[in-house]
Design a protein around this ligand. Structure first.
Ligand SMILES: [Zn+2]
Length: 609
């Protein structure tokens, strides 16, 4: 039995999933029971008020996570806001753990303390508000460096994959491709403007791109571990109609030949050599990108053809002295623009635009997503369009926001806390700290394994733009609430035995001939991207969002684990294929609860069973 020849084609699809319901949220905010209304009337009735300058209510945050030695402000709000007498008494139930003074809480030792604010209302009654302060010692746990990254996965794949190196100074060769009839879509007088927009999208400053360029996005996400370089070449003239390439199969022969001829042409006519573009000396160019001067099929209004955005591999032999192209992505210029005025301004044609530039100069979302594949990632949306396993809101799912914690960890750009015993751990917002907690039922030293992963989600950093603005009015808008985003990761690997794919799964990619055993797609044939292990594996996902509440397909406020919420396998059995067990058939062996939460951090109590 021969290893089946596959091409992993990674499309951008426009999945139309019902957006999440905010009805409950509105109900909670705006409904008031009658009893409450009566009480409020009494307190605001001037005749009954003994202390008219006092507050009706006071409120302090429910909880506050702190580390030993840290001081944080504790806010108090008064109802009404212009309360005159702000006489409040503050008491800490455990002053050896935390004290309150002048609007600040100081953490002294590990433990919990209740800070209570007490005042008198207008009727002279005692009113109070409480904050649960949780203090941890960060020195009791340190982050674990995992052994492998997607560099190891790609280098040891069952297929001759290649990826852009995840550390150092990789160099991308970006080739704008001009067809004999491209002036139907971009006027000749504007083609250099479009080429410069490609430069802005890939290598521009944040100011030039109006949000992020591909380069600045990944540098921020890698927290300095990578510095992406590269060149936008002159337009490569194919001398052939765009229709020649439209009718090619995706990842087909004509497109692959173009990748080779266009990159060879560049090196034959440049002072640079192919070796300059092989930063890890593996005999392959770090990454080749063809941005073609024809609209994608959706903008053209035709049914699916080769004019879309995807990543594929030539899978030829490496050559150390003259590195050859292998991984490449192919995408239309029109992903950079909104249709209408913006597209007209850049190309003198208004109808072709698949991106969204209402809030930026050029739109790099699609290119950033494809670059995720070029770095080695799978797609996290379901190609069958029936399910939304990862919740939509992350870059490798529906093109929006930052990448999920798993992907960033598997890139080698973030390290997890891996507790071994019951403890309370503080994690800060993922966007600024890359903190995360990994819980597993066995010792984990590889991202390519099965475990639960907790990250602190916030609508900041790389999540900010797509939680402020609703991308193309149809992709998921990032939640505004902060809290824990919980993932069930099953990135275990199968390997080619010579006679078939192994059903014994491994976590070490360097054993060779490996491939992801799971995918987020529910199609039941291998060529469409499901598990190589067969349709019995179609329900298992590489990256599954566990929703705290609700069944919304998209990641939403009520999917977030907030203060006081907790997780047990029993309570969330319906979100696991094997009910109360992990995919490996064993129980997780952990529960957790969110013991304290503020805008930037959370104290998570993990309990070993
Ligand atoms: Zn994709």
């Amino acid at each position: 039995m021969k290893k089946p020849l596959i091409k992993v084609l990674l499309p951008i699809t426009a999945l139309l999933l019902s957006s999440c319901s905010f009805t409950d949220w509105f109900k909670n905010i705006f409904s008031k029971n009658e009893q409450g209304q009566k009480e409020e009337e009494q307190k605001t009735d001037p005749k009954k008020q003994t202390y008219p300058g006092n507050p009706i209510e006071i409120d302090i945050p429910d909880s506050l996570p702190l580390t030993v030695g840290q001081t944080k402000a504790l806010s108090i709000s008064y109802n009404p806001q212009d309360t005159e007498n702000k006489v409040v008494e503050w008491v800490s139930s455990n002053p050896s753990v935390a004290t309150y003074s002048d609007g600040q809480v100081t953490a002294l030792s590990v433990g919990q303390s209740k800070i209570t604010a007490t005042a008198k209302n207008r009727l002279g009654e005692t009113i109070k508000s409480e904050c649960n302060v949780v203090v941890t010692d960060p020195s009791t746990i340190s982050k674990t460096t995992l052994k492998y990254t997607y560099d190891d996965y790609c280098a040891n794949s069952a297929y001759p994959f290649d990826n852009t190196p995840l550390v150092g100074n990789p160099k991308l060769l970006v080739i704008p491709v001009w067809f004999s009839d491209s002036d139907t879509f971009i006027s000749m007088s504007h083609r250099e403007l479009v080429r410069d927009d490609i430069r802005k999208s890939f290598f521009g400053t944040n100011e030039e791109a109006g949000w992020r360029s591909l380069k600045t996005y990944y540098e921020e996400e890698a927290q300095g571990m990578i510095d992406i370089g590269g060149t936008i070449t002159e337009w490569y003239e194919t001398g052939e109609s765009y229709e020649v390439y439209a009718s090619d199969s995706s990842g087909g022969h004509k497109t692959e030949t173009l990748v080779e001829t266009a990159s060879t042409y560049y090196f034959n006519n440049s002072s640079e050599t192919a070796q300059d573009y092989d930063s890890n000396n593996d005999g392959y160019l770090d990454g080749v990108i063809l941005v073609y001067a024809a609209p994608d099929y959706d903008s053209l209004g035709v049914s699916s053809n080769n004019l879309w955005a995807y990543t594929s591999w030539l899978m030829g032999l490496p050559d150390l002295s003259n590195p050859t192209p292998n991984v490449y992505f192919w995408g239309s210029y029109d992903f950079m623009y909104s249709s209408g005025i913006k597209a007209y301004e850049r190309t003198e044609l208004s109808m072709y635009g698949r991106g969204d530039t209402r809030h930026c100069v050029v739109d790099p979302h699609c290119f950033i997503h494809e670059m995720g594949h070029v770095f080695g990632l799978q797609d996290y949306y379901d190609y069958s369009g029936q399910h939304c396993p990862a919740g939509g809101f992350c870059m490798q799912d529906m093109n929006v926001g930052g990448h999920d914690a798993y992907s960033v960890m598997a890139f080698g750009w973030a390290k997890p806390y891996i507790p071994t015993e019951t403890s309370t751990i503080i994690i800060n917002d993922f966007q600024s700290s890359h903190d995360m907690i990994l819980l597993a039922n066995h010792e984990v030293d590889s991202p390519f394994d099965e475990y639960m992963l907790l990250e602190f989600y916030s609508p900041t950093g790389l999540n900010k733009f797509d939680s402020d603005y609703h991308y193309n009015d149809r992709y998921p808008l990032g939640p505004k609430q902060v809290g824990i985003r919980l993932w069930h990761v099953d990135a275990r690997l199968t390997y080619w035995t010579g006679a078939g794919w192994s059903k014994t799964l491994v976590s070490n990619p360097t054993r060779g001939d490996v491939y992801h055993a799971m995918s987020n797609t529910y199609y039941s044939d291998w060529a469409s991207g499901y598990s190589p292990l067969g349709k019995n594996y179609a329900d298992f996902n590489t990256l599954q969002l566990i929703r705290c509440e609700g069944k919304s397909p998209y990641f939403s406020n009520n999917a977030i684990f907030g203060y006081g919420s907790s997780f047990t396998m029993n309570d969330y059995a319906d979100q696991f294929v094997k009910a109360q067990r992990m995919n490996d058939g064993k129980s997780l062996g952990w529960t957790f609860s969110v013991s304290a939460l503020d805008e930037t951090s959370a104290a998570i109590t993990v309990t070993k069973l």
